[in-house]
Design a protein around this ligand. Structure first.
Ligand code: NDP
Ligand SMILES: O=C1OC[C@@H](O)[C@H](O)[C@H]1O
Length: 412
């Protein structure tokens, strides 16, 4: 059992403890097939599908049929196909979930689209910008009644992310920091994340979250990459892959952004307290975004200038369903003409959003226990069924821009 698979057991256990029952499926429910007996599929699709009346997970294929059979039995999937091709060409399947290694996303997604299937495609969409342009601009997606394709950038479907974005105007953003990290030891050097041929590397993995979040906050593309410093995976493994990446950017409004992603962060070893490797829970876990807005000047009174400034910090933007908090820190400063601070006052307001807030123009408010993946599935089905949905979506042009920014980071 892989360490990631342990989370699948925890996920199942949490469902069992909460007594959640699978819902009755409606006529016309979409039938999904999974490419590969992937670790992430239970969290990202199989469990969320249980509470969706219009989703059935009906088939899986693995390179090794035995492996697919064991997986199907464990997750209650009725059909096992002999190959990925057989799964894609199964006429009883409407949608393909593609959680293959990044380097195989392009090939198998295109095959599925050509077979007329809708595709829920794991992040990052593909290996590079060239593949992204080729995939998302492919004629198969331009035809009338073209299938739906979306990059499963799950956190961007959760109301918490949109609540964060509603709190400021991107033109006022001055400085942004984004961090995502996982303790060393969760993924071995053999993992798909550290194989160059499979389009591995941390900037392709956790870096998807940091860079999409950064671009999302600025609502713009970087005008320049100003630094990009990888830390390579340790010797003995694929030296072309980064285990961590720290990078900085300039944005069109003059703002600057810094990202930091680490798949080998402090902690994660047995008995870390015996070493200097004590996990850094404030810096590394959970993921966070910190947004500093420009100062606003409010004029002078009694010789003092009043200036206000806001910083907004979101903790756990990657997994907000587990827990999250958005702090809005308002600082008002009164300054003497020579710049000295006469007085400073801070006021912090906190927000959370587990469902779409009152007044949102959404068809379904969601449930406070829905995961990012469950919100994502809701929108995927809405799109396939031609419904308006919540408006949360990741369109093909966005996925292309993300791969362009990723390429520029690696090329720096
Ligand atoms: N949205 C999210 O929260 C997450 C997304 N992901 C993304 O999902 C994808 C899969 O990640 P994860 O589930 O952790 O990966 P796994 O290590 O479980 O690999 C996924 C599948 O890839 C298949 N595969 C095909 N070719 C190869 C090959 N040459 N080497 C190794 N595996 C191969 C295997 O299929 P088979 O069973 O046929 O052998 C395996 O089941 C990645 O794109 C990753 O970025 C990952 C984790 C979280
Ligand atoms: O998408 C992901 O999210 C969480 C991490 O476990 C993982 O490395 C990554 O692929």
């Amino acid at each position: 059992m892989s360490r990631l698979d342990l989370f699948n057991y925890i996920c199942d256990f949490a469902e069992w403890v909460s007594g959640r029952q699978a819902v009755t499926k409606k006529d016309g429910a979409l039938r999904f097939g999974i490419l590969g007996a992937a670790n992430i599929a239970p969290q990202a699709l199989i469990v969320p599908a249980r509470s969706h009346a219009e989703v059935l997970v009906v088939a899986v294929a693995a390179r090794d049929r035995k492996r697919a059979e064991v997986y199907a039995k464990r997750h209650g999937i009725p059909i096992v196909h002999d190959s990925y091709d057989a799964l894609i060409n199964d006429p009883s399947i409407d949608c393909i979930y593609n959680p293959l290694p990044n380097g195989l996303h392009y090939e198998w997604t295109l095959k599925a689209l050509k077979a007329g299937k809708h595709v829920l495609l794991e992040k990052p969409s593909v290996s590079n910008a060239e593949e992204a342009r080729s995939l998302f601009h492919h004629p198969v997606l331009q035809a009338p009644n073209a299938p739906v394709l979306v990059e499963a950038s799950h956190y961007r479907f959760h109301p918490a992310w949109h609540t964060l974005l509603s709190l400021f105007d991107p033109k006022d953003v001055e400085e942004v920091d984004v961090r995502a990290a996982i303790f060393a030891g969760l993924f071995s050097g053999e993992d798909i994340r550290f194989h160059y041929e499979l389009a591995g590397g941390t900037q392709m993995d956790l870096g998807h979250y940091t860079l999409t979040a950064l671009r999302g906050v600025f609502q713009a593309e970087p005008v320049a990459v100003t630094s990009a410093t990888p830390r390579l995976i340790h010797e003995g493994f694929d030296q072309r892959c980064d285990e961590a990446m720290v990078a900085s950017y300039e944005f069109p409004n003059g703002g600057i952004g810094r990202i930091s992603a680490d798949l080998g962060a402090r902690g994660g070893y047995w008995f870390p307290w015996l070493t200097s490797n004590w996990p850094n829970f404030t810096k590394d876990m959970p993921s966070w975004v910190s947004i500093k807005l420009r100062e606003e000047k409010h004029g002078r009174l009694n010789g003092l200038e009043t200036v206000s400034q806001k910083t907004i910090v979101m903790k756990n933007f990657m997994g907000p369903h587990v827990w999250h908090r958005i702090d809005i820190i308002d600082t008002t400063t009164w300054r003497h003409p020579d710049g000295r601070v006469a007085e400073e006052k801070k006021n912090t307001e906190s927000k959370k959003a587990y469902v779409w807030p009152e007044g949102s123009d959404v068809e379904t408010k969601g449930e406070d226990w829905w995961s990012t993946y469950r919100y994502q599935l809701e929108e995927f089905v809405n799109k396939v069924k031609g419904r308006k949905g919540s408006g949360a979506w990741v369109d093909g042009e966005e996925s292309i821009k993300q791969m362009e920014a990723t390429d520029r980071t690696y090329e720096f």
